[in-house]
Design a protein around this ligand. Structure first.
Ligand code: GLY
Length: 452
């Protein structure tokens, strides 16, 4: 039952609004090492009820805001031992692989609150075929699909789709397992490569319309949406080149009709959450709906079982509510008692600075300069992903996506200017970034079908 506060307006009519039960001081352990986890750490540090933030394995930027410990994020035993050692009241698991492997189950079994779904529920991301099954049972609109698990079936199956072909590796592939192409040969090559690795392939019909990432806190059948965001998945300006883990994102979406978030929650996320409960595998954590907003309304492109990267960097820059309280309530089954998140005015844009050759095998070990302000306060605009500190103290690249630069402003244009001005001061040899994050939105070039 929600706590309520009577509000007595001048006219004397009494109405009630939920207020959050006060969160007792909590110590948090964040698992992961990307810019998403850096954003989570900073937002947790802004919550006065969060008294300590540890992170593992973290990165060079997170080390400036949290105590860093080493851990194998995929080992439930190691994560539990570390959580006990740092006396964590709440463990927040950032990436999908530990979730799919059951690390959240191990933490909960040890009696520690955990933000992140069970292995059974994380299958909504871990297996595209499982996600389709849940969506079909829940009556949720999504692309028509077929699973191909042997090379002999491939050509006939490709003939039933395309153009455009959408070919997905039916497993975890960090955003790079999806090929969307008008070239049948390229579609066939990707599918054959997945099959050779022993992974089934999912062929899907192409969903038209602008894409939206909607993150929802989900605790059983309670669903609380965050701000909608848009990712830029292709490596090059104008959505050219191969898919990446995400090259930039922005929020909110000025082109999205106001009622669409409610429609997504009511027609997509709530039915899926209810179906997971019905199956005996309730979802607890962050359910990320990736959608295309087409003629017939929102349709699901994919579900993920965790915060998205890089959208989280922009969404959390806009959050004006205590994050610890929201995550703790989700983890302890009390999300229905927490006040809805409040948001800052304006907009946020994040731009990813990537290492040479990303999304192929990235060059690492290059010195980064100009990113120093990441160490100041908890409103840092430079979030670290693939970074490390060399023995001589120099900051060097250590992964494909190296930094996420976040800009905030009165509107998207101002947020873009802010992010790119900050990025101009950072040097990393061989690096690249997209110059058009949120540009189409600022130029009113994104439209949704009128029936939505
Ligand atoms: N933004 C894409 C992802 O997090 O998978």
């Amino acid at each position: 039952m929600a706590a309520v506060t009577p509000i007595i307006p001048a006219g004397g009519l009494i109405r009630t609004e939920p207020t959050s039960p006060k969160l007792l001081p909590v110590r948090v352990l964040v698992i992961g090492s990307g810019a998403r986890e850096h954003a989570l750490v900073l937002a947790l540090r802004r919550d006065p009820a969060v008294t300590a933030v540890n992170a593992a394995p973290g990165n060079a930027g997170i080390a400036q805001h949290a105590e860093i410990r080493s851990v194998d994020p995929c080992s439930g035993d190691e994560v539990v031992a570390l959580a006990r050692d740092v006396e964590a009241d709440l463990v927040v698991i950032g990436p999908e692989v530990p979730l799919v492997l059951g690390v959240a189950d191990a933490v909960r079994a040890a009696g520690i609150a955990c933000f992140g779904p069970s292995a059974e529920a994380a299958r909504i991301e871990g297996s595209k075929a499982f996600a389709k099954d849940v969506m079909n049972a829940a009556g949720v609109r999504t692309a028509h699909s077929e699973v191909v698990d042997s090379p002999g079936e491939l050509d006939a199956a490709l003939d039933r789709f395309g153009p455009t072909w959408v070919v997905k590796d039916d497993g975890l592939a960090a955003g790079k397992g999806v090929v969307v192409t008008a070239d049948r040969m390229a579609a066939r090559d990707h599918a054959a490569e997945c099959l050779e690795m022993g992974h089934p392939v999912l062929l899907e019909s192409f969903l038209d319309g602008p894409e939206v990432s909607l993150f929802c806190l989900v605790d059983g059948e309670t669903v609380v949406p965050l701000l909608p965001a848009q990712d830029h998945k292709r490596v090059g300006d104008g959505d050219t080149g191969p898919n990446t883990g995400g090259m930039g994102a922005y929020t909110p979406l000025p082109w999205l009709p106001e009622q669409t978030v409610t429609a997504i929650v009511d027609e997509v996320v709530k039915p899926v959450a209810a179906e997971m409960v019905r199956r005996g595998t309730p979802f607890s954590g962050l359910l990320y709906a990736g959608l295309a907003i087409g003629q017939a309304g929102p349709a699901v492109v994919e579900f993920n079982c965790r915060f998205g990267d890089p959208e989280t960097q922009a969404v959390l820059a806009m959050l004006d509510s205590p994050l610890g309280e929201l995550l703790h309530a989700t983890a302890t089954g009390t999300l229905d008692r927490v006040a809805a998140p409040r948001w800052k005015d304006g907009a946020a844009v994040t731009v990813v600075l990537a290492a040479e050759n990303y999304p192929g095998r990235p060059r690492t070990g290059d010195v980064i300069s100009g990113a120093e302000s990441a160490g100041t306060g908890t409103e840092s605009e430079v979030l670290h992903a693939g970074t490390a500190q060399r023995a001589d103290g120099a900051l060097v690249s250590a992964g494909g996506r190296v930094l996420s630069i976040v800009g905030h402003g009165a509107d998207l244009e101002a947020a873009r200017e802010n992010a790119y001005a900050r990025l101009a001061g950072i040097k990393l040899p061989g690096s690249h970034f997209r110059t058009d994050i949120a540009l189409a939105a600022t130029e009113n070039r994104i439209t949704v079908p009128t029936t939505v």
